[in-house]
Design a protein around this ligand. Structure first.
Ligand code: PMP
Length: 426
């Protein structure tokens, strides 16, 4: 049964049972309309309300400043997953860089001689244009590869690749002083990072030491969205696929700063500069202008996300940021598991202690010689106890426990008990 089974998969991942029970009802009959939620129009009043309620819940949870004007933020829903946003980040950061640089050139040369401005801009793109990536795991690596595919590797600056100082493996975040961010980005440097690396179990312990007045910061929060507080004001954009902590597969949530949306170079100019123009369904201004309804949005996925957010709000304490209660619970569950992994020498947590993820706990069992056997035994024993989904990602092997919000303390305790029992048998 669902109650007896604990599932620690990395995504798609467990959802609160109460939300799924309600979902099974609204699939048949939404709001007593006689029509199921996946059957209603995305342009209906019901859909509009679902969208508004979900945005408002997210704004409450993360304290998102949603006022109008350059310092406010838009919450938008897209399709194409986190991977779609790898591409969208490149399109928008490129367009932002070009427009900001163009304005600077116009200031220097004046507007009259268009050809001269264009030549100076072309030269600037050739010589200066860089997107900075912090590569701390498999997903930021993928994002940087997508950037190289779209704009050319010569325009991608990998400011840090954490494998370099760690025997070719992910598992650390080298100190900020060693990063080589593109210097003098006053006109618009971009720094991209992945806040929580799902495959490698590496999480930024806090906002990195990047001057967010000088650099446009973009973060992928696909696998730690709604698990902890976020200082939204420091980001130009935050995105995450819903299918881990927030909801069902099918929507991606993005939080975008208004000032970014109004300062993007026009497609004509980008084409003239041989820079890419993205598909309209990934275009943040278009999606924002249309309240995420430029094309058919899977409203059911938005509804699920909204319900999950409501359940977090209802368990939040009355004072302080609404997400703080969930943060405390996530930290408690993670420390329970790391506590046991640290206690027994048969276990080896993969990432460095300072950057251990609270969401994806990656570890190996035994030594090089007997690890295959020990990990197989551990996983088989876990499966027997209905503790499912603990196998590491196929690219790195080992074990991975995903500690998302819907995994209850009780289920984590059950797994902790098996970890301990297994260690004592060794
Ligand atoms: N970023 C992170 C951190 C992820 O964990 C994932 C998926 N596991 C992705 C991006 C890619 O997401 P999607 O499969 O939705 O494209």
């Amino acid at each position: 049964s669902r109650e007896a089974t604990a599932y620690f998969g990395a995504g798609p991942a467990p959802l609160p049972t109460a939300v799924l029970e309600k979902a099974s009802q609204v699939l048949l009959n939404y709001n007593d309309s006689g029509i199921g939620i996946t059957e209603i129009s995305h342009r209906s009043g019901d859909a509009a309300k679902i969208l508004e309620d979900t945005k408002s819940a997210l704004a409450q949870l993360l304290d998102i400043p949603t006022q109008e004007g350059p310092n406010g933020y838009q919450i938008i829903f897209l399709q194409g997953g986190g991977s779609g946003e790898f591409s969208a980040s490149v399109y928008h950061m490129t367009a932002l860089w070009v427009e900001k640089r163009r304005q600077q050139i116009v200031k220097e040369l004046g507007e009259e001689d268009e050809a001269k401005v264009f030549e100076a801009l072309r030269k600037a793109v050739d010589e200066e244009f860089k997107l900075d990536y912090l590569v701390t795991g498999s997903w930021s690596l993928k994002a940087s590869q997508e950037a190289a595919r779209l704009v050319g590797a010569n325009h991608v600056n990998v400011a840090v690749d954490s494998r370099k100082a760690n025997n070719g493996k992910f598992g650390t975040i080298p100190s900020e002083s060693s990063w080589s961010l593109t210097p003098n980005p006053a006109h618009s440097g971009m720094v991209y990072f992945c806040d929580n690396e799902t495959v490698d179990g590496v999480e930024f312990p806090a906002f990195p030491n990047i001057d967010s007045d000088k650099y446009q910061v973009i973060a992928d929060m696909s696998s730690n969205f709604l698990s902890r507080k976020v200082d939204v004001k420091r980001y130009s954009a935050i995105f995450g696929g819903a299918q881990k902590n927030v909801g069902t597969t099918g929507i991606t949530i993005a939080i975008i700063k208004n000032s970014l949306l109004t300062q993007l170079a026009k497609p004509d100019l980008l084409r003239k500069l041989n820079l890419p123009v993205g598909p309209v369904v990934l275009d943040w201004p278009t999606i924002a202008k249309n309240n995420s309804l430029y094309n058919t949005l899977p409203i059911f996925d938005v509804w699920i996300a909204g319900q999950v957010m409501q359940s977090l709000i209802s368990k939040a304490s009355t004072s302080g940021p609404k997400i703080a209660t969930q943060q405390t619970e996530s930290e408690h569950k993670a420390s329970l598991l790391y506590g046991i992994l640290d206690k027994y020498p048969v276990f080896h947590v993969v990432p460095d202690k300072s950057v251990r993820s609270k969401m994806n706990i990656c570890f190996r069992i035994g030594s090089e010689d007997d690890r295959d056997d020990k990990e197989k035994k551990f996983l088989a024993g876990a499966n027997e106890r209905l503790l499912l989904g603990c196998k590491g990602h196929r690219s790195v092997g080992g074990c991975r426990i995903s500690n998302y919000n819907a995994v209850s303390v009780e289920k984590v305790e059950k797994l902790a008990k098996w970890l301990e029992e297994f260690a004592q048998q060794q």
